[in-house]
Design a protein around this ligand. Structure first.
Ligand SMILES: Nc1ncnc2c1ncn2[C@@H]1O[C@H](COP(=O)(O)OP(=O)(O)OP(=O)(O)O)[C@@H](O)[C@H]1O
Ligand SMILES: [Mg+2]
Length: 323
């Protein structure tokens, strides 16, 4: 480079430097300097973007936030399906079709489309007269079936705290939950709620076994918690897998907070007297639906689901004498 060329270059450098300084001090910036430099600087980036649209133009999907392992559980859906529970993405099944029918009136009330408005319709208790009629099985099926609907987020609570079974059916180990919230000042509801790989389904496990579990379920703390649930999660459907009505009393108390009660009746087993007695304990609940479980009759559906049982469904009236 000649001396003249060097001088010219140096002059240009000085001009550039003084121009930049001037610009920074100008009240009214001049577009040329202010805008050209950035455009030149950015030009290669824009060009690259145009050349590689998939990477630079289309915004990459936000990286999946790794679920908090303390608050997330992975349910084995194939296993669940094999034990007769409705699962998303499974082939059409009798049980899926049955629950599609079963959830409909409940959802209508939740959406305020029932015959009359139901207070706290989103709080749904699943109970029965006696143990072993299929409350947990039905709660889980209902919860998953509802969570598979586009507009519904569902929280399934294992409120059968002396015989918790929800996590077991879902193939999950015991976790902290309801009992821990009720017995510890340091544990909040939000600390123990679990998200699942079923996108719209969350779980509240029964939690650490407690010798006074039954009393706790009917305690003031539980009432406060229910009020909090109704208020904080008013947009969610909350399903309570609950103890049976005749042999325990806590479900009767729980029922007073619920908008809807689903009473599971085991087909060909539960007597009419037992059902009547159970229904009389939850008189105050505005909506009581009966779910006839393990009914061989409806199990003979035509969808080829290899499953020996089915469901019938009726409204708030006792089954026939021979039920
Ligand atoms: N429709 C059904 N088809 C096949 N098996 C069923 C059906 N309903 C319930 N069961 C089975 O019957 C048994 C009892 O069901 P589940 O545990 O749901 O009853 P529960 O009323 O919750 O009992 P508990 O009172 O002890 O809590 C379980 O083994 C469950 O898998
Ligand atoms: Mg149960």
């Amino acid at each position: 480079m000649s001396i003249i060329e060097k001088a010219v270059e140096r002059l240009e450098q000085l001009q550039r430097a003084s121009g930049a300084a001037d610009v920074s001090q100008r009240e009214e910036p001049q577009g040329e300097i202010l805008t050209v430099a950035p455009v030149r600087e950015e030009a290669p980036v824009v060009k690259a973007a145009a050349e590689e649209p998939a990477v630079a133009v289309a915004p990459a999907p936000a990286p999946a936030v790794a679920p908090n392992p303390d608050r997330f559980v992975e349910i084995d859906l194939d296993r669940l399906n094999s034990v007769g529970i409705v699962t998303p993405n499974a082939a059409r099944s009798l049980i899926g079709d049955e629950y599609r029918i079963i959830k409909r009136p409940l959802l209508r009330n939740v959406q305020g489309k029932g015959a009359s408005a139901v207070k706290n319709a989103n709080l749904i208790m699943v109970t029965s007269s006696l143990p072993g009629e299929g409350k947990s099985f039905s709660s889980i099926n209902l919860a998953i079936s509802m969570a598979m609907e586009l507009d519904h987020t569902v929280l399934l609570i294992d409120a059968d705290v002396s015989r918790p079974w929800v996590l077991n059916i879902l193939g999950l180990p015991p976790r902290k939950g309801l009992m821990d919230v009720l017995t510890s000042n340091d544990i909040e509801l939000g600390d123990v709620l679990l998200k699942t790989n079923i996108e719209k389904l969350s779980l509240l496990p029964a939690g650490t076994p407690h010798p006074r579990a039954t009393e706790l379920l009917a305690s003031d703390s539980m009432n406060t918690l229910l009020a909090e649930l109704a208020d904080r999660y008013s947009d969610r459907i909350i399903i309570f897998d609950s103890p049976p009505l005749i042999v325990t009393t806590e479900s009767r108390v729980l029922a007073t907070h619920m908008g809807q009660v689903v009473m599971v009746v085991e087909s060909n087993k539960t007597t009419q007297a037992a059902v009547k007695q159970a229904l009389s304990t939850i008189d105050a609940c505005p909506v009581r639906l009966m779910l006839l479980n393990k009914s061989q009759q409806s199990g003979s559906g035509s969808y080829g689901y290899g499953y020996g049982y089915g469901y019938g469904y009726g409204y708030g009236h006792a089954p026939r004498d021979n039920a």
